[in-house]
Design a protein around this ligand. Structure first.
Ligand SMILES: [Zn+2]
Length: 431
């Protein structure tokens, strides 16, 4: 076989069918050749993204070494540090230092661990500072405790020196804790690059007592991030796009992504109530697991698509900066459903979920109440940069199509809100 093949959609279908009929030896030969396989941009089958220069690879999945979730699990942190080494550095957010560390008396174990306050930005300077502390203090286990940036700093510092890392998320607002990637920013907070670690974190330790005492908006934003997982995984599987650990989606990734979505629909509302009342009930357990573990494995092992690209595009508009990652991702999901011709019943289901738990369904909900089409187009253009994951969707994705889908998602969200307000008013009058 040649090292590079350009295939039409029809032939690609044939290739896939042929592969499944081959014996094991032939499959290995084909897999080896896949590395150099590129797909013709003229494809018109709806399962391949024509803008992508797709390189097919192995089926790949990534997981944290151990995931522990429970009530007061932080009391076990010293034991886990001792399992992996002799002395830990806890890189902790300000909230963790003022509330969580004293609560669990983690500041009273100077021989086992030292605590260092995270200065707020996951930038080269902060990573270097932590690396220096690791070297001078003889640290052999790193712990990241806090929100996304404290966690990412711990992951990168540990990976560069080759030490194990324990991740302790104090909020359930994203699916980053379990993953093997982290984002580096400039000192002023501008995105610079994604850093891929050699391995995922050795231990992820989630304390429900800490999570339920954090603001509800974090848990809801985490559900917005987790909401994208199934739809993006499904798109990547349909188009055979690359996942976030450099391979093709596994059955494991895809099915955990589906379980993530089903869990959100079943337990999202009850979990929100639990968080509002600062209590721990099974529904909260299920949603925290969905937000952190299922979504984490789901996105990394199955891939990202429209929702995250639309999130990235929306960051071009400064009005959205005060909104959380998962909130913008949720609007990205609604836009993506309109973009990809999802079934009306499914669209209705997702809107109802977002309305029920308090995720954005309109542009006004993410700070873009009076946005002009021209400025919204800026976000759509950024969404469609050739390197972004929106090209994992089927068909040719253009800024104009994304703009139309954003306007459609917003109009639908506004119409539903209007309908609900009329219904509430009628209810009130009849009572
Ligand atoms: Zn995300």
């Amino acid at each position: 076989m040649s090292s590079e093949l350009k295939l039409s959609g029809r032939y690609f279908s044939f290739y896939v069918n042929m592969q499944s009929a081959l014996d094991t030896k032939s499959k290995i030969m084909l897999l080896a050749d896949k590395e150099n396989l590129t797909i013709n941009k003229e494809l018109d089958m709806n399962t391949i993204s024509p803008n992508s220069n797709i390189r097919l690879r192995n089926f790949t999945a990534a997981f944290p070494g151990k995931y522990i979730q429970g009530d007061n699990t932080l009391a076990e942190l010293p034991e886990y540090i001792q399992r992996l080494g002799k002395k830990g550095l806890v890189i902790a957010s300000s909230t963790a230092i003022s509330k969580i560390i004293p609560q669990y008396k983690l500041n009273e174990l100077p021989d086992l661990l030292i605590v260092e306050r995270f200065r707020g930005e996951c930038c080269e300077r902060e990573i270097e500072r932590m690396s220096d502390i690791i070297k001078t203090e003889g640290i052999d286990v790193v712990v990241g405790m806090g929100g996304g940036k404290a966690i990412d700093t711990a992951k990168i510092a540990a990976d560069r020196i080759g030490l194990p890392v324990i991740i302790v998320p104090t909020i359930a607002s994203t699916d980053a804790p379990c993953s093997g990637c982290a984002v580096i920013y400039s000192e002023s907070g501008i995105f610079e690059s994604v850093y891929y670690q050699k391995l995922n974190p050795q231990i992820v330790l989630v304390d429900l007592n800490v999570i339920t005492n954090s603001p509800v908006r974090f848990l809801v934003a985490g559900m917005g991030d987790a909401l994208a997982t199934w739809f993006e995984a499904r798109s990547c599987q349909r188009t055979q796009s690359q996942n976030e650990c450099g391979g093709l989606s596994t059955m494991t990734g895809l099915n955990l992504a589906k379980l993530c979505y089903d869990t959100l629909l079943r337990f999202g509302t009850t979990a929100r109530i639990a968080n509002e009342n600062k209590i721990i009930i099974p529904a909260l357990h299920h949603i925290v697991e969905a937000n952190i573990l299922l979504s984490g494995i789901g996105f990394e092992s199955s891939g990202l698509a429209a929702a995250h690209s639309i999130h990235n595009g929306l960051t071009a508009l400064s009005e959205t900066h005060s909104f959380y990652h998962g909130e913008k991702v949720a609007f990205g999901v609604l836009t993506g459903l309109n973009l990809t011709d999802a079934a009306p019943d499914e669209i209705d289901e997702v809107y109802s979920f977002c309305e029920e738990i308090g995720l954005p369904t309109t542009l006004a909900d993410i700070g873009l109440e009076n946005i002009s089409r021209e400025r919204l187009l800026e976000a759509a253009v950024k969404t469609c940069v050739p390197t972004d994951v929106i090209h994992h969707e089927a068909g040719v994705i253009t800024p104009e199509k994304v703009l139309s889908a954003m306007i459609a998602a917003d109009a639908m969200g506004r119409k539903r809100k209007f309908r609900d307000s009329i219904a509430r008013k009628a209810d009130k009058e009849s009572n």
